[in-house]
Design a binder for this molecule. Structure first.
Ligand SMILES: C[C@](O)(CO)[C@H](O)COP(=O)(O)OP(=O)(O)OC[C@H]1O[C@@H](n2ccc(N)nc2=O)[C@H](O)[C@@H]1O
Ligand SMILES: Nc1ncnc2c1ncn2[C@@H]1O[C@H](COP(=O)(O)OP(=O)(O)OP(=O)(O)O)[C@@H](O)[C@H]1O
Length: 288
């Protein structure tokens, strides 16, 4: 049996540059990952199957449209004779939450299938299967911090970021991605005027990275807040937390993150927020 983690994806920034002729949005995003996530295993079996367990398993569903199965089918279409198998997903991340849970599961499935079949991690067919599974799947394949551009298919070099102590909050309201993009109201071919994304290097200290991040933004925050107004409350609670240096929404929401100066400050804030909002999913995380 092979096993891998499917970590949460956090968009530290997300700038929308315009809308492409194919309807997808052209974006620029600094993506990082958290230690916490789902776990996916693959056991040898004659056919493809998926069993789901874990606290958010029911919300994800083990049907044919689960991204684990979609990714496996997309790779099998490209690699003749690919040995498939029985997947088991321990689902812990909130679903439809802006932290790429399904995308990270799909990328994990591709990694496991590649490993089981002796396919090189750099094989372009892996990247193509990832791209066809979803916009966030390519960046989740390596699961390491980097810039993501285009509709998600164009990836910058891996970045060595300083560890960012953080608190993640999801208020339990699923937010579908497509209508959040649609609320931007951009027509195919339309470009957006705006400040360029700040340049991110590998050698930044945490303070330098924070300064860069504070010059960035998430352009999906406003449309997501219109779709799920509780996001406004989540951001206010994070910004009011003692020691919070920066709070922002990830992806298309509703999960928001706050960055703190030290893990202890993040843990203290998380405890206080849990007391105040026991109904929210509140996690400490180390982003990198
Ligand atoms: C918001 C992000 O999570 C940021 O990382 C991603 O851009 C979205 O990634 P994702 O959920 O994997 O997206 P997909 O499942 O491929 O697309 C869902 C829907 O989002 C919209 N979409 C997605 C990505 C993109 N660059 N432009 C878009 O307009 C499209 O309407 C698409 O039908
Ligand atoms: N393995 C999976 N885990 C979670 N959701 C899945 C999975 N497979 C399919 N889905 C479906 O995918 C949709 C998006 O779920 P996901 O949790 O990936 O959203 P997200 O965190 O907003 O993603 P992103 O940040 O990439 O936009 C949901 O409607 C869900 O039902």
């Amino acid at each position: 049996m092979l096993s891998t983690r499917a970590p949460a994806k956090i968009n530290l920034t997300l700038h929308i540059l315009g809308r492409r002729a194919d309807g997808y949005h052209d974006l620029e995003s600094l993506v990082a990952f958290s230690g916490a996530g789902d776990t996916l295993t693959l056991s040898p079996a004659s056919s493809l199957s998926l069993e789901i367990a874990g606290p958010t398993g029911a919300a994800a569903g083990a049907g044919d449209d689960n991204l684990v199965l979609k990714a496996a089918r997309n790779l099998a279409e490209r690699i003749k004779g690919l040995k498939l198998g029985a997947f088991r997903l321990d689902k812990r991340l909130p679903v439809a939450a802006g932290i790429g849970g399904g995308s990270s599961d799909a990328a994990a499935a591709l990694r496991l299938l590649a490993h089981a079949n002796g396919v090189d991690a750099q094989d372009p067919r892996l990247r193509e299967a990832a791209r066809d599974t979803g916009a966030d799947v390519p960046v989740c394949l390596a699961g390491r911090a980097r810039m993501m551009r285009g509709a998600g298919e164009s990836l910058g070099p891996l970045l060595r970021l300083p560890l960012l102590p953080a608190v993640l909050i999801n208020p339990g309201v699923p937010v579908e991605t497509r209508p959040v993009f649609a609320r931007l109201g951009l027509q195919p071919g339309q470009r957006v005027a705006g400040a360029a994304h700040p340049e991110i290097g590998s050698d930044a200290t945490a303070a330098e990275l924070l300064a860069l991040l504070s010059r960035g933004r998430n352009d999906l925050e406003d449309p997501a807040c219109l779709q799920a107004p509780v996001i406004v409350d989540v951001l206010a609670v994070l910004r009011a937390a003692r020691g919070c240096k920066l709070a922002r929404m990830s992806g298309s929401g509703a999960t928001c993150f706050a960055i703190f100066g030290a893990p202890q400050a993040a843990a203290t804030a998380a405890r206080a927020i849990r007391r105040q909002h026991p109904e929210w999913w509140v996690k400490t995380a180390a982003l990198r």
